[in-house]
Design a protein around this ligand. Structure first.
Ligand SMILES: NC(=O)c1ccc[n+]([C@@H]2O[C@H](COP(=O)([O-])OP(=O)(O)OC[C@H]3O[C@@H](n4cnc5c(N)ncnc54)[C@H](O)[C@@H]3O)[C@@H](O)[C@H]2O)c1
Length: 251
């Protein structure tokens, strides 16, 4: 492996790493040499086995990230199992779809809490020891809806807009202290989260027609960008949101 992208001996945490994009992100980091802790609501021993096949250490931790009060405890548990954390990928996210006029407050709060509040709190919690050591890479998973409003997903758009904005705020404060904080913004990716869209023939066709690459994205498409932002190759990249969208935003 080109040393610029080599993550051998680094310790990484990926939230929502048991399935979907998070699982492929975790596998990409492991393939580049990083030890990986995946956090998801239930433990995932199968994913741990897949990660270990790259010859790295891997652990799975069952934890609901919406429980902000327990984030410090989560950090201690992970440090005990893996050591100091070099790379944090805030990937876990949720979606709720309703017409804006009747969007339930409860769903608004749920989406904002998981996608924005929890991500900011995890940046703070894991960022603190990184600041003490003068080294760290934080990669937040934003979305095309950090840039666009979408249809029937106002809470999701608000939460992902927040993620892109506070990523810049953190980068402004932490860039000179050895910490890189950046985002990746996936486009339309074929995962469980988009099942409703994929099943909707009209929306699915409309989406496909607008993607210059002519296909939905996959978790594998995330790996190169995340490894880049987790590695020394991106040491001078701060507060940036990299779209992985088959060209969607350029249309
Ligand atoms: N799929 C897409 O097209 C797409 C597009 C743009 C952005 N994204 C973002 O990418 C990320 C991953 O999406 P995905 O499509 O793989 O979704 P997914 O629904 O397939 O997986 C989400 C993961 O997050 C975990 N998770 C959700 N809430 C959690 C909580 N409270 N505590 C712990 N874990 C929790 C789930 O267990 C799961 O592992 C999300 O942040 C999503 O918003 C996805």
């Amino acid at each position: 492996m080109n040393h610029l992208f080599d993550l051998t001996g680094k310790n990484a945490v990926v939230t929502g790493g048991s399935r979907g994009l998070g699982k492929d992100i975790a596998l990409g980091l492991a393939e580049a040499g990083a030890n990986v802790a995946i956090i998801s609501r239930t433990e995932s021993p199968e994913t741990v086995k897949e990660l270990e096949s790259f010859g790295v250490k891997a652990v799975s931790i069952a934890f609901d990230i919406s429980d902000l009060a327990l984030h410090k405890e989560l950090l201690s548990i992970i440090e005990e199992k893996l050591g100091k954390i070099d790379i944090l990928v805030n990937n876990a996210g949720v979606q709720k779809r309703h017409p804006a006029v009747e969007f339930p407050q409860e769903d608004w709060n749920y989406v904002m809490n998981v996608n924005a509040n929890a991500v900011f709190s995890l940046c703070q919690t894991f960022g603190k020891p990184m600041l003490e050591r003068g080294y760290g890479k934080i990669i937040n998973v934003a979305s095309l809806l950090s840039f666009q409003g979408g249809l029937t997903v106002p809470a999701y758009a608000a939460s992902k807009g927040a993620v892109m904005q506070f990523t810049k705020s953190l980068a402004n404060e932490w860039a000179s202290k050895g910490i890189n904080v950046n985002c990746v913004a996936p486009g339309y990716m074929a995962t469980d989260m988009n099942e409703a869209l994929i099943q909707d023939e009209v929306r699915s066709r409309q989406i496909m027609e607008r993607i210059p690459a002519g296909r939905w994205g996959t978790g594998k498409d995330m790996q190169g960008a995340v490894v880049f932002l987790a590695s020394g190759a991106s040491d001078y990249v701060h507060g940036f949101t990299m779209a992985i969208d088959g060209g969607w935003l350029g249309r």
